[in-house]
Write a protein that binds this ligand. Structure first.
Ligand code: ARG
Ligand code: ZN
Length: 846
């Protein structure tokens, strides 16, 4: 079962389905599923159905029994030869499944006594025999028998009586969008009237008692529906839209037609329990799943290689939504930070793959930063190249031409070519080629003429040695030595490996403000002096490039420090100027005050060909924080006080900007006041943003015992808040204590490790502590490996995702590398290792 799947092997399914009828009789250990599927032949071939772990009680075709020896259990398939099939027929089956034993959380499972489903990517085959592939679409009728009070499925309710409900989803959909929920749930009800006057009943379903925490999710849903009508002219298409929050969930959320199922951490929020970051993610993910209704559900993927067709586009749309709801500049900078931290990291290592991969063993391993975040960046570039109007025309054509279809990246690109007339053959490489291009810039200056010489180069990635040039939109401006902008944003289109562009008639030599708005997902190599960086930080008109200048200045200072050089005076001076007018734009000041993290410093050192030393990096960063704090104590103190809350907590852009600046100041001041301010803030804060920020400071300063005890006493019964408690300790602990701390936490009875949120909180808290995880004695690697081996038999998907903590090992010294590889080989050798984890470990060790 570890066969590799290839894009080139895709063949059309030989049958269409007129209707799928499902009848569930729910029971924890013995759920019965009866199915009836009306097939009609549309091409040559056998009938192939997928099924995994099913106890098959009966199967018939038009009432005649199907020979059970046609089941190939080893392949998880039932194959009925073409010559045994009429042209149109109804396949019926009855199977029994065990939701309680389903700890993998794929298919139908139990979470806190509630029945729920997760079918993407290939979970439906754990429910019944079916063509479990996204290009087979059908309308569904679903009957549910259960004594649970609330019984939900996709589409519109047909009738509901105690113990029974029936649902009809008229929109043809693939099996991965099927959903069922049965439980004791309470709704936050509301409604939305679409632009064309359809009244839609909205519900956010939560456990009894959680109703007061679901209001923000509902507000976010209504904002999403309205925004999509305005920005894309798309309306909702059913009478009801349900969202359900569940505690046990492998990922963030799922866009099942009319019945989105969410990890409860992306639904439940109050000022006392959720941070600004949590609120922003809730709004963004509610939007994301809602937007899938058009980009994913009405138009879906032909096969799983095309995953970025729906995910890249839907991420792009949720980014647009958030930037319209909040601050566009802050959102863009956050997205750039995430892309660099997760996607560039992935692309630089053994797991690098193109946004559209052409082979995989386990598709669940490809829900990656490359498919999602780079997939969105690629669309941003496309939009820049064809312009806003061209983009709108292309999207209208996409919805028009492909509604109701299962599509490919080729279909998507054709829509842009047809709508705008632009040749996109070279552009397509962004989808098919892996790796992050490195864009180098050298400059020539003479007689008022500036020549920019660009070169692009992409290093080989696994399976792709040759990297032809891509089209790169380079947005830039020029800033004169006095700070004036002498050239407003101009987009250059680079199509060759080397290309030069000239700007004439300039008075004095300007500084290039490069990659404005982060116009392409590339790394940049250019020589810049600290003074030039400081000039851009002070005067650039583009927020992204301005932030980048400050960030690079800090990164250079930090790297110098790891080599025992210099103290970063230029940076300290530049931050002084920034602090003086921080109140005008607190969010921007906070972003600049948050120095590059240790992981990013390590990445940058590795990219320059050197070997990063995690302990030296940690010490350098700490030292720079101390120096900045001492140099700017007065300004930091003034800002910390000025950013105190004004009025009640509101999770909006302005409020969160003030809090982020306040906490950024606290991060420095804590080095001077021994954590006294953090202690007071922890005790007095009326919201979780400041509370958690203060707690993280106290842990970093090793002054956390009282605060942790109080926090645990107060939030013992709130799982989501206790997840934070488990996460921040290994994350913020001093590196030499991080592993021991994680070990102690893992031994607690409330470390409910089968719950993915709790597992991730503790384990990724540690792996995100750069110097702690990469402890020279290998204890971080061993701890991670031990836990991955324990989780794999229970939940392969979550285990496999967390293997990526090892993806950077080859950049470190051989001592660390050997220990990490030994830990990985231990995992690889485990008997019965899942296909998911086996694929990840093999790729990382290759
Ligand atoms: N389609 C979901 C989303 O957009 C992700 C679900 C993936 N789940 C999985 N088990 N692979 O966000
Ligand atoms: Zn998605």
């Amino acid at each position: 079962m570890t066969a590799t799947q290839y894009l080139a092997d895709w063949r059309p399914y030989p049958f269409a389905i007129a209707e799928t009828r499902l009848d569930f009789t729910l029971a924890a250990r013995t759920t019965r599923v009866r199915s009836a599927i009306d097939f009609r032949r549309i091409g040559p071939g056998d009938l192939v159905l997928d099924g995994a772990g099913l106890k098959t009680l009966s199967m018939t075709i038009d009432g005649r029994p199907v020979d059970p020896t046609l089941i190939r259990a080893d392949q998880e398939k039932l194959i009925i030869p073409a010559d045994q099939l009429p042209d149109s027929f109804t396949f019926e089956a009855e199977v029994q499944i065990d939701p309680e034993a389903n700890t993998a959380l794929e298919g139908l499972y139990l979470s806190g006594g509630m029945f729920c489903t997760q079918c993407e990517a290939e979970g439906f085959r754990h429910i019944t025999w079916y063509p479990d592939r996204p290009d087979v679409m059908a309308p569904f009728r679903v009957e549910i028998h259960s004594d649970k009070p609330v019984l939900l499925s996709n589409g519109n309710p047909v009738n509901t009586a105690p113990g029974h409900a029936s649902w009809h989803d008229p929109w043809p959909k693939p099996a991965y969008l099927f959903a069922l929920v049965a439980g004791d749930l309470r709704a936050i009800p509301d409604s939305f009237t679409t632009a064309s006057g359809r009244k839609v009943a909205l519900n956010v379903w939560v456990r009894p008692g959680d109703e007061p925490r679901a209001g923000y999710a509902m507000e976010s849903l209504i904002r999403s529906m309205k925004w999509e009508e305005e920005a894309y002219g798309r309306e909702y298409d059913l009478d009801v839209f349900n969202i359900v929050a569940v505690d046990d969930f492998n990922m963030g959320a799922m866009e099942n037609k009319g019945l989105n199922i969410f990890n409860s951490k992306l639904v439940l929020a109050t000022a006392e329990t959720a941070t600004d970051g949590d609120y922003e993610r809730i709004e963004g993910v509610i939007g994301h799943e809602y937007f899938h209704n058009w980009t994913g559900n009405r138009i879906t993927c032909r096969d799983w290689f095309q995953l970025c067709l729906k995910e890249g586009l839907t991420v792009f749309r949720d980014q647009q939504f958030t930037s319209d709801m909040r601050s566009a500049a802050v959102k863009r900078i956050h997205d750039v930070q995430t892309l660099r931290a997760r996607q560039f990291r992935e692309d630089a290592g053994p797991l690098s793959h193109p946004p559209r991969p052409d082979h995989y063993q386990e598709i669940n391993n490809f829900y990656t930063a490359t498919v999602y975040e780079k997939g969105a960046e690629v669309i941003g570039m496309l939009k820049r190249l064809v312009g806003d109007e061209g983009y709108r025309k292309a999207l209208d054509l996409y919805f028009d031409r492909h509604d109701g279809q299962a599509c490919t990246i080729e279909d998507w690109i054709a829509v842009f070519q047809d709508a705008t007339g632009r040749d996109l053959v070279q552009f397509k490489r962004w989808y098919t080629d892996a790796g992050t291009p490195r864009l180098s810039l050298t400059e020539e200056w003479a007689n008022g003429k500036l020549v920019l010489n660009f070169r692009q180069h992409t290093a080989p990635t696994p399976g792709q040695a040759e990297k032809p040039a891509r089209v790169i939109p380079i947005a830039l401006g020029l800033i004169g030595p006095n700070g004036d902008e002498v050239l407003p944003t101009t987009v250059l289109e680079m199509t060759e490996e080397r290309q030069s562009f000239a700007f004439e008639g300039l008075g004095a030599r300007p500084v290039v403000s490069l990659l404005r708005g982060f116009s392409a997902p590339v790394t940049v190599a250019r020589e810049m002096t600290a003074d030039e960086q400081a000039l851009l930080l002070a005067h650039d008109t583009d927020p992204c490039a301005r932030w980048q200048a400050g960030h690079d200045l800090a990164l250079d200072a930090l790297i110098d420090r790891t080599r025992g050089k210099a103290v970063g005076e230029a940076l300290i001076r530049a931050l002084g100027g920034l602090l003086d007018d921080a109140e005008a734009d607190p969010a921007f000041a906070a972003l600049c005050l948050s120095l590059p993290g240790e992981e990013e410093i390590a990445t940058t050192i590795a990219a320059s060909g050197a070997v990063p030393d995690p302990d030296a990096i940690h010490a350098a960063r700490r030292g720079l924080v101390q120096d900045i704090a001492e140099a700017h104590e007065v300004a930091l103190t003034r800002l910390f006080d000025a950013m105190a809350p004004q009025g009640p907590y509101r999770p909006d852009a302005d409020g969160s900007a003030r809090r982020s600046l306040r906490l950024a100041c606290l991060g420095y001041l804590g080095r001077l006041d021994d954590g006294n301010r953090a202690d007071t803030l922890f005790a007095d804060a009326g919201n979780m943003t400041e509370r958690q920020g203060a707690l993280e400071q106290l842990i970093a300063l090793d002054r956390d015992a009282d605060a942790l005890a109080r926090f645990a006493a107060e939030f013992r019964d709130n799982r989501l808040v206790m997840d934070k408690w488990f996460m921040v300790q290994p994350l913020r602990a001093a590196p030499e204590k991080a592993v021991a701390r994680a070990r102690a936490l893992a031994a607690r009875p409330d470390f409910d490790w089968k719950n993915p949120n709790r597992f991730r909180a503790l384990i990724s808290g540690l792996t995100a502590n750069h110097a702690g995880f990469h402890a020279a004695d290998g204890s971080g690697y061993d701890f991670l490996a031990d836990w991955l081996m324990k989780l794999d038999p229970v939940n392969p998907q979550t285990t496999a995702r967390m293997c990526s903590a090892f993806e950077t090992i080859s950049r470190y010294d051989t001592g660390r590398q050997d220990k990490a590889r030994a830990a990985l080989r231990r995992i690889a050798a485990m008997p019965g290792l899942s296909r998911n984890t086996s694929e990840m470990v093999t790729r990382i060790l290759a």
